[in-house]
Write a protein that binds this ligand. Structure first.
Ligand code: AMP
Length: 224
């Protein structure tokens, strides 16, 4: 773990590639990757109290209430060490109220940059329709780019399936919520001077290179 890594947020529509890019960035910068979606899905799989509370929201593609998301996040990410060592937040914040909560939780360790992975709705609809995800480790595949063995994850051997919220109905609801609740964060972070817009079209490697340039650029600025 690096002594001081960047503090990053990845914003973007469902299917923009946040999960894929977060994994690459976490490895590159040796920082922790925290996905609230993964944490909530893990709670559902574990069948614990939180999981029972959130499963209907997840399946329908609705946002989980803030107090539950905050509790899950704090349990995983409560210590100040994380603020100093750096992190990447994927899927959080998702509303202006969550962004305000995050700003106060950062406690003198401001975000270095918020990366907006920009992609059209038509492209993400296409990507999500074919997306398949490992239920155990979250590795992402596409029907045109499946794992080597019959829907068995290349990374961990877990079962690779369609996410229940990748159905057409749930996807259109999630994109609607994105426009209403999450898209305003682009202006929120632009106003704070922390936004970098990155074109999310192209190969994973191309997008990754663009992200690294934007992050290194932001981290080199003395005012940040
Ligand atoms: P994701 O994997 O980021 O697409 O998240 C999957 C689902 O988890 C979302 O559709 C929401 O139901 C829930 N979720 C994830 N992150 C949040 C968040 N920050 N606030 C509220 N709900 C969330």
């Amino acid at each position: 773990m690096s002594a001081r890594g960047p503090r990053l947020v990845l914003l973007g529509k469902q299917g923009a590639g946040k999960g894929t890019q977060s994994a690459l960035l976490a490895e590159h910068y040796e920082i922790e990757w925290v996905s609230t979606g993964d944490l909530l899905r893990a709670a559902v799989v574990a069948g614990n109290e939180i999981g029972l509370k959130v499963s209907d929201y997840l399946e329908a593609g609705e946002l989980v209430p803030d107090d539950i998301v905050q509790a899950v996040l704090a349990a995983r990410f409560g210590s100040v060490d994380h603020l100093e060592e750096g992190f990447i937040l994927d899927g959080y914040p998702r509303t202006v109220s969550q962004a305000e909560l995050l700003e106060s939780a950062l406690d003198g360790h401001p975000l270095n940059v918020v990366l907006h992975l920009e992609v059209s709705t038509a492209t993400v609809l296409d990507r999500l329709a074919g997306r398949r995800v490992c239920e155990s480790c979250g590795a992402t595949y596409h029907i045109n780019l499946p794992p080597a063995r019959d829907w068995i994850c290349d990374v961990c051997g877990g079962p690779v399936r369609q996410r229940p919220d990748d159905t057409e109905e749930a996807v259109s609801r999630r994109l609607e919520i994105y426009e209403q609740e999450t898209a305003p964060l682009v202006e929120f972070y632009r106003d704070l001077g922390r936004l970098a817009v990155v074109d999310a079209i192209g190969s994973g490697e191309e997008v990754f290179r663009r992200l690294v340039l934007a992050i290194d650029d932001a981290c080199a600025e003395p005012s940040r």
